[in-house]
Design a protein around this ligand. Structure first.
Ligand code: SF4
Length: 334
């Protein structure tokens, strides 16, 4: 039981902002000159109140396996009673497979852009088969949940059914097809598959993918491809949060990039939007409880809580989203 009576949901901890890759769709590739490369230190990590959360996901904008203390970090969070997971680009997976299993990690999600090696290399700049060998190894070591995550993009979504089959062949039980939900540059906008109107061609591919997954015995989660305002985004800032690499507490990764600038640039429905970064305090200066219960943070969460109390058919309008969320695609279900 945590300080708050019952446990919060998940804490996302940005253990590193370094990455060996320069993927086409990653903000690091776009904001290269402004990016701040850091590993979270152990003192900052120990200030994260893992006891208060059910689940800790040790990844933000960066590759977690590059943090020299990653295995110790997993062990610390586990000792505090959290389930622990990471999302990795898979490059170091073969090297780390045994240590991850010994540390008791509960979930490893591996990002794969395409089941086609040349397409994967074009987007992510690395060898698909080496990553898949890493997946095979973590499966062999019995890591409880192995997930392949992919980003649906105009050119690659057609390969989703094949990706599901490959995932199954390498011992993966879950595939998640995400959207390009943060778009940092105009060029990338053309690649998203979601819009105000559902694309029939993409819908057909996704139906095929669902059938393939069913036959393969793979759990498939496909994010919606039609924009529809939701009451609370999937990041659910009412009970989840992000701890940034230097210890700031923020509602989500979409409101904090590891750049020198205090402004985040987004492309939203064809136009450029600039929003201020949003975080409510630093764990190296204040306790989590003080930050979480601060006035500004409470107001931010209350904006979502008020939306949840809307009575359908009785209330005709939702209370407004916080300003910084109005131009975030996650607020529109994708
Ligand atoms: S709507 Fe977007 S910016 Fe707002 S909390 Fe959700 S994910 Fe974060």
């Amino acid at each position: 039981m945590g300080l708050f009576g019952r446990k919060l949901g998940s804490v996302q901890v940005e253990v590193s902002t370094h990455c060996q890759l320069n993927c086409l769709m990653c903000p690091k590739s776009i904001f290269r000159k402004d990016w701040v490369y850091e590993h979270m230190d152990l003192d900052t990590f120990r200030n994260v109140p893992f006891k208060l959360f059910k689940y800790a996901h040790l990844q933000g904008w960066g590759e977690p396996l590059l943090n020299p203390n990653i295995i110790e970090m997993i062990e610390i969070a586990k000792r505090e009673g959290c389930s622990v997971g990471i999302t990795t680009n898979g490059v170091l997976l073969q090297e780390f497979a045994k240590d991850l299993a010994n540390a008791g990690i509960d979930l490893v999600a591996v990002s794969i852009a395409s089941p086609k090696p040349e397409e994967h290399r074009k987007i992510r700049g690395c060898n698909l088969y080496e990553i898949l060998e890493g997946v095979r190894l973590i499966s062999k070591y019995g890591i409880p949940k192995i997930v392949v995550t992919t980003i649906m993009m105009k050119d690659t979504v057609k390969n989703l059914p094949e990706l599901i089959k490959i995932a199954r062949d390498y011992g993966v039980g879950d595939v998640i097809a995400n959207n390009l939900d943060y778009i940092p540059s105009e060029d990338l906008e053309k690649l998203k598959v979601f819009s105000n109107e559902e694309d029939k061609e993409v819908t057909k591919i996704l139906e095929d993918a669902k059938n393939v997954a069913k036959i393969a015995g793979v759990n498939l989660v496909i994010k919606p491809i039609k924009l529809e305002e939701c009451l609370v985004c999937a990041e659910n800032p009412i009970k989840n949060c992000l701890i940034t690499v230097d210890g700031n507490v923020a509602p989500c990764v979409y409101l904090h990039l590891p750049t020198r600038s205090e402004i985040i640039r987004r492309i939203f429905l064809g136009r450029e939007v600039r929003i201020p970064k949003l975080y409510f305090g630093n764990l190296n200066e204040k306790s989590f409880k003080e930050i979480w219960n601060g006035k500004g943070y409470k107001e931010f969460r209350n904006a979502f809580i008020r939306r949840l109390s809307v009575v359908p058919g009785f209330d005709f309008e939702f209370p407004e989203l916080p300003n910084v969320c109005k131009t975030c695609y996650k607020a529109y279900s994708v």
